[in-house]
Ligand binder design. Structure first.
Ligand code: AMP
Ligand code: MG
Length: 389
């Protein structure tokens, strides 16, 4: 945990209980520009009162309002002694010789926020485990918490592996492709609130993998992409074994993402993520994200699940639970789930249109258009009018 300023705390997770140092509002506060009055003086309208002064926001007044008197008051100013209501300036008329005509009857308490009516001094406002966003920032500021205790952000190592991978600035030669997983994983780590740390791509040989994985073990969580399926040069797991990294599971009955490996070493966590870009993506959202949340003091919850009407037939022959890229948009009252027409787990070009993953349960061989279905949302909901295709 560490102490940071409110501005530095944005998007971080609070690690302390924040309570209020004073009643809120701290005084009976006028909610309008107008006149502080005694409601009993304005039971009927119109009524003529004598204006005996004014009070501005940020000021107080020693005046005590007496029978037949009014005091001009601004929004946010303390209501003076003796007054028990504020009449809006729109419902008054200035008259000669410091008189004011009130045009409507006034009720006790009208347009006054009494001291402590929002929260009382000592009340708990924020508890540990909450991500600091817009209103958390205003609550912290209102409570005078210039410095706030937040959880440390875990550092996440990202290691791409594969002899075929070249850098983004390079032109791939025959048989080569550009490394994209490092970029998508980096973005996913950032979105999870953790700190990404890129390692140099490892070749598919024991020495290179070992060196890079050892380097990666300096981070809190190491994400290795590629090299975990059944190929002759998928050497990540043998290297885990040599380094004493304990594997907890190495296969998940899902599609895409079956060869997902979860392991640990001392107090570090290690994932072997399947190399295909979509498989890596799904494995991250389902397994890495909850861990990164837990490490930041958040509930280790999975992505939010939404229910919607499926907009196309989906056939799923794998027999595994499938998580297929889909676009979830708000339709006429109900959410619509549009499966994205993807061409396999390397197809990031179709996935770029998705904001969710359609869930096809393992026991369902097909889902029909018009049926109710579920999706995991990993990005903002789209509005039908924003449809991009
Ligand atoms: P692997 O699990 O290493 O057999 O990789 C599976 C597939 O994913 C292969 O087609 C790889 O070329 C591809 N792949 C592996 N790593 C990456 C990466 N970092 N970026 C893009 N594609 C990758
Ligand atoms: Mg590979």
């Amino acid at each position: 945990m560490e102490k940071v300023s409110i501005l530095e705390s944005l998007q971080r997770v609070i690690a302390e209980t924040v309570s209020l140092d004073a009643d809120q509002p701290p005084f009976d506060r006028s909610m309008r520009d107008g006149f502080a009055v005694r409601a009993e003086d304005v039971q009927s309208a119109p009524e003529l009162l004598r204006c005996v002064g004014e009070v501005r926001a940020g000021e107080t007044t020693a005046a005590t309002l007496k029978c037949g008197e009014a005091l001009q008051i601004m929004t946010g100013a303390p209501v003076p002694q003796g007054a028990n209501a504020v009449v809006m300036v729109e419902h008054t008329e200035r008259q000669p010789e410091a008189m004011v005509r009130v045009l409507r009857p006034v009720k006790v308490g009208e347009n006054v926020a009494p001291r402590g009516s929002e929260r009382k001094a000592g009340e708990t406002l924020l508890s540990p485990g909450r991500r600091i966003s817009v209103f958390e920032a205003s609550v912290l500021a209102t409570a005078g918490k210039a410095e706030v205790l937040v959880y440390r952000r875990p550092v996440i190592g990202i290691l791409a592996t594969g002899d075929e991978l070249v850098g983004v600035e390079e032109s791939p030669r025959a048989g080569q492709i550009r490394n994209s997983n490092s970029f998508s994983l980096y973005a996913q780590v950032l979105r999870s609130g953790a700190v990404p740390s890129l390692l140099e791509t490892a070749k598919d040989n024991l020495a290179d993998l070992r060196r890079q994985i050892e380097l990666g073990l300096e981070t809190d969580v190491l994400l290795v992409s590629g090299g975990v399926s059944m190929g002759k040069y998928d050497l990540v797991e043998p290297v885990f074994e040599k380094l004493g990294i304990a594997v907890h599971f190495e296969s998940v009955s899902m599609r895409p993402g079956k060869p997902t490996v979860f392991a640990s070493w001392k107090d570090r966590w290690v994932f072997g993520l399947p190399g295909n870009p979509l498989s890596t993506f799904v494995a991250f959202e389902l397994f890495v994200r909850p861990l990164l949340r837990a490490l930041q003091g958040l509930p280790a919850s999975s992505l939010p699940v939404v229910k919607g009407v499926l907009q196309a037939d989906v056939v799923e022959r794998s027999g595994r639970s499938a998580f297929l890229p889909a676009r979830v948009s708000s339709g006429a009252g109900e959410l619509e789930i549009w499966p994205v027409n993807w061409k396999g787990s390397a197809d990031v070009f179709s996935a770029v249109e998705s904001n969710g993953l359609l869930i096809v349960p393992s026991e369902a061989a097909r889902l029909n258009r018009g049926e109710s279905a579920q999706a995991l949302l990993f990005d903002e909901l789209q509005y039908a009018s924003e449809a991009r295709f």
